[in-house]
Design a protein around this ligand. Sequence first.
Ligand SMILES: C[S@@+](CC[C@H](N)C(=O)[O-])C[C@H]1O[C@@H](n2cnc3c(N)ncnc32)[C@H](O)[C@@H]1O
Length: 356
Amino acid sequence: MASPVSQFVTRFAYGARQLPRVAWYVGHSLVMRRLSENVRERAGTSVRPRAHTDAPIPKRNRLYADMARLFAQDLANVEAGLYPLPADHDGTLPDLLERSRLFFSDLPNVHRRREGGDVLQVLEEAARRSRPAYYLQNFHYQSGGWMTPDSARRYDTQVEVLFYGTANAIRRQALPPLHECFTGRDQRGLRLLDVGCGSGRFLDSCKQSWPRLPMLGIDLSEPYLEEARRHLRRWCWLNLAVGNAEAIPVADASQDVVTNIFTFHELPPKVRRIVFGEFARVLKPGGRLVVVDSLQLGDEPDYDGLLELFPQNYHEPYYGSYLREDFGAIAAEHGLTHVRDTNAFISKVMVFDKPA
Ligand SMILES: C[S@@+](CC[C@H](N)C(=O)[O-])C[C@H]1O[C@@H](n2cnc3c(N)ncnc32)[C@H](O)[C@@H]1O
């Protein structure tokens, strides 16, 4: 049981780290909205049909209350010893300002793509040949798709703006089910694989909890892996490699834990099944898969309208089918047991076990 003083210090330190982050990204979101309205007013009528839903959309107060609940859970996890007081490693003020500049400077291109529906990234022939067609798109209308250094530098600002500064806190909700797996075991003998690791923010949280646990992150994007290398340079026992989730470059039954964060909604239904099969193949018997991704329809009924609007405003060609996907059934097809789902603001954590 922590003393009142150490509890106060933890809570104060947590608030001092998280509140300015939320203010920073909510501020970006408000400025972005104002800029978009200005551009729309100047351009006159849009050729694009207005995003529409008949389903309920949560009011701003509800969103803020649910964000507060997420942060309270994050802090409760810290106080319960499930992970240490988190560090987001956002960099120095000049780093933040540079990422902010990159974010805002791309908004006119995002707007043009949204209006024109131009979403097929032009790539060098070599990159095109070695990557699946579904991958070579401008998800979220972002410039460069997944394939440029600027896109990789911009990504985390985009995600945090979209999630009002909660993205890292959401990712951390995958740590308690990992804690259940790792408790009482020598971390040096375990293996964790993060598939579609992107810029490495989730691996950073894992390393803060289990610094000596060997971890591997794979992703199809070299520039995102380069950004992950830069972000994760403080850690050892960590490898990052180019790899396709459809053919994971590791041996059968070699991983204690596989994690997958914010990726399934960007995969076509057929590919989701192949990827699940790969997760089942590489997990050891008794191993655990933890997936974090968007809420689905009905998980939080008051959010259904928000979920339906998202792919109308951002290029997310597979999100509609993701919203209705039965992950428990896919897991069962591959011999994995669906343990539980836990909602985390606009996302959820799905836990699956491979029988021992
Ligand atoms: C929305 S991002 C999520 C990144 C990261 N997991 C996070 O927490 O932000 C999706 C990531 O999945 C990667 N990706 C998409 N399809 C993939 C595939 N078939 N194999 C490997 N990585 C893939 C993309 O390159 C991108 O980095």
